[in-house]
Design a protein around this ligand. Structure first.
Ligand code: ATP
Ligand code: MG
Length: 430
């Protein structure tokens, strides 16, 4: 016997039955983000490794430990994208979008790849829905973006999600904070993990993002970044909070939040869910402002703000809510005798062309076994087609939930089923 080949660890198959949840979330995002003026971009799965090293940062977990990096046959170092902001920025620069319009709003959705330890809500191929707004440095842009996320979570009917907010300052004020942080970390050097002892020298902000509880305790008692903000950064942060209040958005200021990527300046934010099903993977999304990244990648001096939501975690929460999104067939067409097979196939074809969801057992078989199939399919009605129906042009729609059969002309099946659909929709959920 030959060995069965299995899927790659951390990379899942999404099958019908579950995929409807994914489609529901993706559909809501497409529709809602469109209302905010965002257009969809699709960038390749792989990029030049240097793109992520220069934007996300060498010292981050993402680039330092989690990237799928390989040489292609031409000897180029490529990486499967671990996130979507850097690829979108690369595309924005490459297509010189800033020369075409002053403000650009893009969203993306699709798989990302990180070699992470597997647990609940954490996979190696996972999915993000994200958005980027280029061209405005104003706090209004940050607020508008958070409003979009809040409306999105609202449309998903997800409750108990808290918005955490912080500002990391800019090149004017961050150096003073850095210096203070390094001084503080030096004094606590012995309490830090080996990684953080190194990070302290190379990229001290990363210590605040360490998952090690001892490092987190050290970080929590350290200097507060907000006390170091320069006047323009302070004004920007105050402005943002005022605007969130105007929009009726609740938030919590968390001065220890830095996020796991290096490119942020000023605003950073996270949406944290409190559902036990997520375990430690409670951050459903996050983002921030990255006013310097474009220039750092050799592009124009364009300010930007963006976020990414973890689709896997949103789906997990939606699944917990017990709501279902599958749509059963409107009709099951059953065949009473072998001579009616072709007519049944043609009837199913015509009804599908007319917009109905129709199930039909191409194997034929006994009427009894077809009725079993019909039951299992969840179809609302079954129509049995035999010689009598073909001759008279009249059939019956049998409601699978019970009740009287509805007589119907074969030419009017679609019309009658659509009316039935409408009647249920008006009656509301049962
Ligand atoms: P975490 O602290 O949970 O590792 P992160 O800071 O690495 O998150 P980001 O890079 O900001 O996360 O990604 C945004 C969102 O993408 C996260 O909030 C999360 O919902 C989701 N996400 C990140 N990594 C994974 C993963 N390995 N599996 C599933 N979802 C993920
Ligand atoms: Mg992570």
């Amino acid at each position: 016997m030959s060995r069965q080949i299995e899927g790659v660890k951390g990379m899942r198959d999404l099958l019908p039955g579950e995929i409807e949840l994914w489609q529901h979330v993706e559909g809501l995002a497409r529709e809602l983000f469109g209302r905010f003026g965002y257009g969809e971009v699709r960038t390749p799965m792989a990029e030049d490794t240097g793109l992520f090293v220069r934007s996300v940062g060498e010292e981050t977990d993402i680039v330092g430990k989690e990237m799928y990096t390989f040489d292609d046959k031409g000897g180029r170092s490529l990486s499967l994208r671990p996130e979507g902001t850097a690829p979108a920025a690369r595309a924005y620069i490459e297509h010189a979008i800033n020369n075409k319009e002053p403000i650009t709003r893009w969203f993306y959705m699709g798989p990302m790849f990180r070699y992470e330890r597997m647990k609940t809500g954490r996979y190696r191929q996972f999915y993000q829905i994200g958005a980027e707004a280029y061209g405005s440095k104003e706090a209004a842009q940050d607020a508008e973006m958070m409003d979009m996320v809040v409306q999105f979570l609202g449309a998903l009917e997800l409750k108990d999600v808290t918005l955490n907010l912080n500002s990391l300052g800019d090149e004017a004020c961050r150096p003073a904070y850095h210096a203070k942080l390094v001084e503080y970390l030096q004094a606590h050097r012995e309490e830090l993990c080996e990684d953080c002892k190194r990070r302290m020298e190379t990229n001290p902000l990363r210590v605040l993002d360490c998952k090690n509880p001892t490092c987190q305790a050290v970080a929590a008692a350290g200097p507060n970044v907000l006390e170091f903000l320069c006047e323009p950064c302070r004004a920007h942060f105050d402005d943002l909070q005022r605007k969130l209040t105007v929009l009726g958005i609740k938030y919590v200021v968390n001065p220890r939040m830095v996020r796991g990527l290096d490119y942020y300046t000023r605003t950073v934010f996270e949406f944290i869910a409190s559902h036990p099903a997520l375990g430690t993977a409670s951050t459903v999304g996050g983002g921030g402002r990255y006013d310097k990244m474009m220039k750092g990648l050799g592009g124009p001096d364009v300010p930007a703000v963006g976020f990414a939501m973890g689709l896997d975690r949103l789906v997990l929460l939606l699944k917990e809510s017990g709501r279902t999104f599958t749509s059963p067939p409107d009709l099951f067409v059953a065949v009473a005798d072998e001579g009616s097979q072709d007519a049944a196939l043609a009837l199913a074809s015509r009804l599908r062309r007319e917009g109905l969801r129709v199930d039909f057992d191409t194997r034929g078989g006994s009427l009894k076994s077809q009725m079993k199939r019909a039951d299992k399919s969840g179809a609302r009605f079954t129509l049995v087609l035999g010689e009598a129906e073909r001759t008279s042009g009249q059939a019956k729609l049998k409601p699978m939930a019970g009740g009287d059969a509805i007589p119907v002309a074969l030419d009017d099946v679609a019309k009658t089923l659509r009316a039935a659909r409408l009647a249920t929709a008006q009656a509301g959920p049962t």
